[in-house]
Design a protein around this ligand. Structure first.
Ligand SMILES: Nc1ncnc2c1ncn2[C@@H]1O[C@H](COP(=O)(O)OP(=O)(O)OP(=O)(O)O)[C@@H](O)[C@H]1O
Length: 310
């Protein structure tokens, strides 16, 4: 349905996006996951024809959308990262304004505005001025604005950043509903892997302007087949214990949290015993020692050596 091939964008010497290939099939919910600065926003700005690529193609239904952007623009709903609403106007008036930009008018426009207000759960608050809304409510109006013209493809740029948990869960449910019930194709950009894991059929992981891995959650986890993730908790952490693990090349990555350490290690029958041996040497008494299924965070760490939110 929507495909980008070899998409690149340079800002002077900086390669913000570097040869990205990417397919969005009809009805799919696809996640674009990557840390800040990975190139996600720049990619989606180019695929929605808002920014001209330095190189590459954007195809919509197999035709060149950079040369003929009309059909894609008509079918596309975009929720940008920055909220752009008129604070002094009510939510209803804001949506009337955006609806007119899409060419809607009269009764049709008013009924569409009511529909999208109901969808985002703010129909009862439609007469309140936007300046009195919470950040999460403003975000929901932003999403409502992107839905006024019944888009076939919805592209969302980190729509849950910095908002209250109630709005966050409302937005996630809404996206699921738009995708599963209304069969809207969704591209969801985020650096929260748990959102992408829950919402998306397929995932692209981006880092430093490139797609470094893609697939279903299971396919991405399979990248770690030769490794295992072990979680160790203890009453008191010992830096010398951690240092010893870090120095052992069979432990590929050791990260620390409040209660203990997460270790990505080469898979082997002796793994837990090896860890117990180190614990004994350093007089560490583990309260939990558990082998875990890798998360997308682990996959990311494995592929890049960095945490998603570094
Ligand atoms: N207009 C611009 N001019 C110069 N550099 C830019 C511009 N837009 C983006 N960049 C740079 O390109 C890189 C990729 O930015 P981009 O916003 O696409 O990343 P992102 O993955 O969306 O991250 P974030 O979650 O922070 O938005 C960054 O280093 C950013 O500073």
């Amino acid at each position: 349905m929507l495909e980008v091939i070899g998409l690149s964008k340079s800002f002077k010497a900086l390669k913000a996006v570097d040869g990205v290939d990417f397919v969005l099939n009809k009805g799919e919910s696809v996640g674009l996951l990557g840390p800040n600065g990975a190139g996600k926003s720049t990619t989606i700005q180019m695929m929605s024809t808002g920014l001209t690529p330095t190189k590459g193609q954007v195809l919509y239904n197999n035709s060149d959308a950079l040369k003929n952007p009309k059909q894609l623009r008509r079918d596309l709903g975009i929720v940008p990262q920055d909220i752009a609403l008129y604070e002094e106007l009510s939510a209803y008036e804001n949506l009337l304004f955006f609806g007119r930009l899409y060419g809607l008018k009269g009764k049709m426009l008013r009924s569409k505005v009511d529909d999208v207000l109901k969808l985002v759960g703010l129909f009862d608050r439609k007469k309140d001025r936007v300046k009195n809304y919470s950040g999460g409510m403003k975000r929901r109006i932003n999403i409502a604005a992107s839905l006024l013209h019944d888009p076939k493809v919805l592209i969302m740029d980190e729509p849950t950043v910095g908002i209250d948990p109630q709005s966050r869960s409302y937005i996630l449910d809404l996206i699921r509903q738009l995708n599963k019930d209304k069969h809207m194709t969704v591209l969801y950009t985020s650096h929260y892997m748990e959102e992408v894991e829950k919402l998306c059929d397929r995932i692209y992981i981006m880092d430093h302007g490139k797609v470094i891995a893609s697939g279903t959650k299971q396919e991405l986890q399979a990248l770690m087949e030769k490794e295992e993730t072990v979680w160790i908790e203890m009453a008191q952490k010992k830096p010398a214990f951690k240092d010893a693990l870090v120095q052992d090349p069979t432990f590929l990555k050791v990260t620390e949290s409040e209660q203990g350490y997460k270790v990505i290690a080469k898979k082997r029958p002796s793994l837990l015993n090896d860890l117990f041996d180190y614990a004994k040497i350093h007089q560490v008494e583990p309260t939990v020692l558990a082998i875990q299924t890798p998360t997308l965070e682990d996959v990311f760490l494995h592929l890049t050596g960095r945490k998603l939110r570094d």
